[in-house]
Design a protein around this ligand. Structure first.
Ligand code: HEM
Length: 446
């Protein structure tokens, strides 16, 4: 047996002459680097040496044993802003305990009962924005947060509170990838004000619940379950949990819908049959699962594949392990490109084409789908996303004719080359329900 090679011997991305940090973060070409260097190589990034791991074999190795990573060291900004009990940055037993405590809020069985209200909130939101230019990302963030405020965490959110929560979430998440520059970003008075509002709002809500107020929401189920199991209930631990229910991840869902709709609407050959399927959409039919809506399911899987909102995960090695003949010592900084297989043509034929039909009557290996990460830290909100997105797309397409307008901002976002359009403007008008036809949609203003 040969002993594993040290990571200093790893092939270096810099040797390839490909775009680097200096050309803009979004310009890295990891797909080519993977082809030329294999599933492990080194990369200078933000003044530090990182080991990049990629491909199906990397997903297998990264998800096999979650305890080999220190989330505590890799996800410091989450602890700084959300506090020391926040789930994302916990490891081992404290993380397993936290996920058990959150289960009653996020398991599919816990969230599916909210479908009728989610459906109603989305329908109302579309109706309020008929025949006017709408910024899709903002629209979805607002509508989904409103849905959460009437389902998983009952709370009255007026327009001012909603705006504080949305800006806080967007700026909090964008700060997590700034490295040391995040300190200045988070110290800005405007951010501090949003943060104080959000935490003050949730602290009051949690205190009322602990004082005996009951609401028929998922938060109540989490509290009751915790009481029954003799788990402590403390305000400072429950505040970030209430935040998770109300707000976390909505920006990611909005981003995926924004990009996904752009490609869907540009694809009439698929859109037509999908609209036919959705003419039969009723929320009662969705409660039983996606079986009655195979084209909708395929559309959403393709959106997840092409537009993963978090395409790269930052990791730090805790327990040394071996990958592809190299030993990764404790403390190694790793970039895990968990969604790179989405763009390998040996896995997904013609991977840069938005082609939902690839999902009809066909499944792909689990290790080839990295949109929500994997193993014990897999996205907590995945079930919520997989309820929000079908309801959002089905209601939009069943009841409206939609056109896109305006010049989108194009971002590539470390996404292996698929341009992601941010902040699209859309406009929808109501279909005539007797004929299924919509009056001609006016061209949207930019
Ligand atoms: C399309 C939308 C979303 C995408 C693509 C997404 C993606 C991800 C990814 C890639 C991870 C990292 C998983 C890992 O470390 O292996 C993650 C973790 C997480 N996500 Fe999401 N997410 C989305 C929406 C949401 C929503 C709606 C929530 C609401 C609760 C949420 C809450 C979380 C939390 C709390 C974690 C950390 C889980 C843990 O460390 O145990 N996400 N997400």
């Amino acid at each position: 047996m040969t002993s594993p090679a040290p990571i200093d011997d790893l092939p270096d991305y810099a040797s390839l002459g490909l775009p680097t940090e200096r050309d803009g973060l979004e310009q890295f070409d990891h797909l080519q680097a993977y082809r030329r260097l294999g599933p492990i190589y080194q990369l200078g990034f933000r003044g530090e040496r990182h080991v990049v791991i990629a491909g199906m074999e990397a997903n297998e190795a990264a998800w096999r044993n979650p305890d080999q990573w220190s989330y505590h060291d890799a996800l410091v900004p989450f602890r700084e802003i959300m506090g020391p009990t926040h789930v994302t940055q916990l490891d081992r037993e404290p993380h397993r305990r936290k996920r058990r405590n959150l289960r009653n809020g996020f398991a599919m069985s816990a969230v599916v009962r909210h479908l009728p209200v989610i459906d109603e909130v989305l329908r109302e939101a579309y109706a309020r924005h008929l025949d006017q230019p709408v910024r899709l990302h903002d629209f979805f963030m607002t509508a989904l947060t409103q849905a959460n405020s009437r389902t998983v965490l009952h709370c009255g959110l007026d327009a001012v509170a909603l705006a504080h929560f949305i800006v806080f979430e967007e700026e909090f998440i964008s700060g997590t990838i700034l490295g040391e520059a995040r300190h200045a970003h988070y110290a800005r008075p405007a951010f501090v004000a949003h943060r104080e509002f959000v935490f003050g709002f949730l602290r009051e809500l949690v205190s009322r619940r602990l004082a005996g107020q009951r609401c028929p929401d998922s938060f109540q189920e989490m509290i009751d379950d915790r009481r029954e199991r003799g788990e402590p209930l403390e305000v400072e631990e429950l505040v970030p949990e209430a935040y998770l229910l109300l707000m976390a991840g909505t920006g990611n869902t909005a981003k995926m819908l924004n990009c996904g709709l752009q490609h869907l609407l540009a694809n009439p050959g698929w859109l037509g049959p999908l609209e036919e399927e959705l003419a039969g959409y009723r929320i009662e039919r969705l409660v039983g699962g996606m079986g009655a809506f195979p084209r909708l399911r395929a559309t959403l899987m393709e959106m997840e594949r092409m537009f993963p909102a978090a395409p790269v995960l930052s990791r730090v090695v805790e327990e040394p392990f071996e990958f592809h003949g190299h030993r990764l010592p404790r403390g190694t900084r790793v970039l895990h490109l968990q969604t790179l297989p989405h763009f390998l043509d040996e896995v997904y034929a013609d991977p840069y084409r938005f082609d939902p039909s690839r999902w009809m009557d066909r499944e792909y290996p689990k290790k080839a789908h990295g949109t929500f990460g994997g193993s014990t830290h897999i996205c907590l909100g995945m079930n919520l996303v997989r309820l929000h997105t079908p309801v959002a797309v089905a209601n939009l397409l069943r009841d409206h004719r939609v056109s896109l307008g305006g010049e989108p901002e194009i971002l590539v976002n470390l996404n292996y080359g698929v341009p992601q359009a941010a902040h699209l403007t859309a406009r929808w008008s109501r279909r005539d329900l007797t004929t299924g036809m919509a009056p001609p949609a006016p061209v949207a203003q930019s």
